[in-house]
Design a protein around this ligand. Structure first.
Ligand code: BG6
Length: 484
């Protein structure tokens, strides 16, 4: 059912930062999987570019090890791996100097899709973009791919956009938010816009509230230095959570077209009301269950950075007036569970007795693990004894629906890289979206800094800080349980 794989045009993909963590974990294993599926064609080439003094053989060895580590065994085929490695070469390059650029110019071929993945620190974006131009390596159709963090506030995001805009136009820039590449996230658009069932109810009149949860079990150990300068607000809320909120709240675009979709998302971000200090809870995990606390992992005993956020916001427009959106995300929580839950209101008139019991209709979209959807509906409890109601799920698990082929569904990075080659920007953030998201986030962070707010401690392995529960209780609502 899955495997209508349509090969993309032949390409030259240059990965700056080709020896880095992201390249090893996601980009290179992902490209291998696309090659295995026949989507990356034989005449495509991948060029690793980084400072390390490696030759082609050394880089291929690194790629082979990455495949070994990050591709499941039943998808590792020795002959296909060997053929894939032949497509790969390496150029040792100095992003700030002259070494390697002429070799790169000679390596890229005419008449191929040409893409440059900037898997490097944002401080290098400008230098690389400039050298690609001065050496005549980038042409008018070249595409560049950039990763988050895209700035750390509005001013720095604007500066980054300006640096890139010097050499590339918006249609050439692919800003990755890997959440947009997740299968279920795209399914959210399919569910909303390819069915008549939900859309008539998709508004304040019928929706009581929306909960978006991205709960992680991982700590920040190993990446504390980056994380401590960022925190959950910059690391997760400003980008991933905000994108999820946009897909839930946006108006139907006139067509599934990159700018039509992004225009509608942008309107949502602009309509987000400012978050009041009482409507946001920050947390920081402390040691527990034999594991270290945040302060050990970030190596700053006085850090006030949050590893958890819960907040309430509203979308100030006709559709959503009065419907709260509750967002929460955190590290070292009880379980890895990410979901969006849309809780509907009560029917307007109750014909059954109060004792019959009543539960809300809830549409749960599970992003991970066990991707799928669940619609909680009320039915009569079977058997005699009158009309007692019970809540049952209409359950759709993608793994069950797809069977064995579920394993071949491309992961977020694979899909997004193929979209870059296809020239489809629908699932990438436009510059104005990123800036608007920062414009909403900045005052929140500035408020904490001005007041010297400290995050509330929560136990590692718990559901987060107590105050986060209160955020909903005081509205007469409650969070859904975080469970595996
Ligand atoms: C990244 C964040 O963007 O997303 C990480 O920097 C986070 O802190 C990760 O762990 C979560 O991604 P996923 O796909 O595992 O939910």
């Amino acid at each position: 059912m899955v495997s209508r794989v349509i090969p993309v045009d032949a390409f030259d993909l240059v990965i700056f930062g080709g020896t880095g963590d992201l390249a090893k974990r996601k980009i290179l294993p992902g490209l291998y999987r696309r090659f295995l599926q026949g989507q990356m064609t034989e005449d495509s080439r991948i060029i690793g570019a980084a400072r390390a003094d490696l030759d082609d053989a050394g880089f291929r060895q690194m790629v082979a090890e990455a495949i070994e580590e990050f591709v499941p065994e039943n998808r590792r085929d020795a002959a296909v791996i060997a053929a894939f490695l032949e497509k790969i070469s390496y150029i040792s390059i100095d992003a700030l100097g002259v070494t390697g650029w002429d070799r790169l110019k000679a390596a890229v071929r005419p008449d191929m899709v040409r893409a440059f993945y900037f898997s490097v620190a944002p401080s290098l974006f400008g230098d690389i973009a400039e050298r690609l131009h001065t050496h005549g390596i980038a042409h008018a159709e070249s595409r560049i791919v950039v990763e988050k963090p895209f700035g750390r506030d509005l001013a720095s995001a604007k500066a980054l956009n300006a640096v890139l805009a010097k050499h590339f136009n918006e249609a050439q820039i692919y800003r990755i938010d890997h959440y947009l590449g997740k299968e279920t996230v795209q399914n959210l658009m399919a569910v909303r816009f390819a069915n008549i069932l939900f859309e008539p109810l998709w508004k304040a009149e019928y929706v009581d509230h929306v909960q978006i949860t991205v709960a992680e079990t991982v700590s920040v150990e190993g990446r504390g230095a980056y994380y401590d300068k960022s925190g959950a607000m910059r690391d997760m809320v400003q980008n991933h959570m905000m994108q999820l909120l946009c897909l839930i709240a946006m108006e139907p675009p006139y067509h599934f077209d990159p700018d039509a979709v992004r225009d509608e998302k942008l309107k949502v971000i602009r309509a987000l009301s400012p978050v009041q200090p009482d409507d946001i809870v920050r947390g920081q995990y402390r040691a527990g269950n034999g594991e270290g606390g945040y302060l050990e992992h970030c190596e700053d005993a006085n850090s006030k950075t949050e590893s958890y956020i819960a907040l309430k916001t509203t979308v100030s427009n006709w559709r959503w007036q009065g419907t709260p959106f509750y967002l929460r995300t955190g590290k070292r929580l009880r379980a890895r569970a990410s979901e969006i839950a849309i809780t509907f209101k009560q029917p307007p008139h109750a014909i059954f007795d109060n004792e019959s019991g009543w539960h809300e209709n809830v549409l749960v979209i599970r992003l991970q693990p066990d991707e799928g959807m669940n619609l909680m509906v009320m039915i009569k409890e079977p058997g005699p004894g009158g009309m007692r109601m019970m809540q049952v799920p209409l359950d759709m698990s993608f793994a069950e629906a797809l069977g064995d082929e579920a394993e071949d569904v491309p992961d977020a990075y694979e899909r997004l890289i193929m979209d870059v080659i296809r020239g489809n920007q629908t699932l990438f953030m436009r510059g104005d979206e990123v800036e608007s998201a920062w414009a909403w986030t900045d005052p929140i962070i500035q408020g904490w800094e001005a007041r010297g707010d400290k995050p509330q401690a929560y136990d590692a392995g718990s559901s987060g800080p107590e105050d986060a529960l209160m955020l909903m209780h005081r509205d007469g609502r409650r969070w859904r349980e975080i469970k595996k």
